[in-house]
Design a protein around this ligand. Structure first.
Ligand code: ATP
Length: 202
């Protein structure tokens, strides 16, 4: 799977629809201070499922919506779409029907955010899992933000291990284990309830 295009609409400073073609190999983004380089990286994280407003440098998630400028009114929604080339058919089941996958995340003021995959409604969890299984995602160590290198050097061993695990592509397994544990706990409490009912009937 490979990223091929990122489209931003009303996302932070990118008020008009803006396409960024992501070619093979390394992509560098250069430009003067404040032109929106970090906003681009945040858009990529956001469409892959980032849910922490702080990681988007905002107080709330709606802060990603274009807030207006002297010559332009604020927008009511922000949308980011990410195109993936899946011609190697390595996407997990549920996403693997087509050679081309388009993930869209849209946030509307007072209505929260929602995802679509090739036009169909998709759960946030499934989008996050798609990228975790592909060893990438909102927290991927491949997306290096300003100050991250010094954070890594000063990080506690436990946090450094998490970064290595994400790079190794096993963070999706932790999420699955956590969900399996929750199901197991639910089943155990259901069984206890069944025992109580049987006891009352006996
Ligand atoms: P630097 O090189 O200084 O780190 P940069 O190129 O990474 O800068 P960004 O931090 O991506 O720039 O962009 C900052 C710009 O985005 C600022 O001008 C800020 O006003 C604008 N901006 C951020 N959020 C919004 C928003 N919700 N609506 C409108 N503009 C926004």
């Amino acid at each position: 799977m490979q990223f091929t295009k990122l489209r931003l609409t009303g996302f932070k400073s990118f008020v008009d629809p803006t396409d960024l073609v992501i070619a093979d190999g390394l992509t560098g983004v250069v430009g003067p201070n404040g032109c929106g380089k970090s906003n681009l990286l945040e858009a990529l994280r956001w469409v892959m499922g980032e849910n922490r407003a702080k990681a988007m440098r905002g107080a709330g998630m709606e802060d990603v919506i274009f807030a207006g400028a002297s010559s332009r009114p604020a927008r009511n929604f922000a949308e980011v779409s990410l195109h993936l080339d899946n011609s190697d058919r390595l996407a997990p089941a549920g996403f693997n029907e087509a050679d081309h996958i388009e993930i869209v995340r849209r946030i509307t003021r007072d209505a929260g955010s929602a995802y679509k995959t090739n036009g169909k409604d998709t759960r946030a969890r499934d989008v996050q899992m798609l990228f975790a299984d592909a060893s990438t995602g909102a927290h991927s160590p491949a997306l290096v933000r300003q100050g991250q290198i010094s954070e890594l050097i000063n990080a506690k061993p436990k946090n450094r291990r998490r970064i290595l695990e994400e790079a190794a592509g096993i963070s999706g397994l932790y999420q699955r284990r956590h969900e399996a544990e929750l199901k197991l706990r639910n089943t155990e409490s259901n069984l206890t309830r069944v025992d109580d009912v049987i006891e009352q009937l006996a």
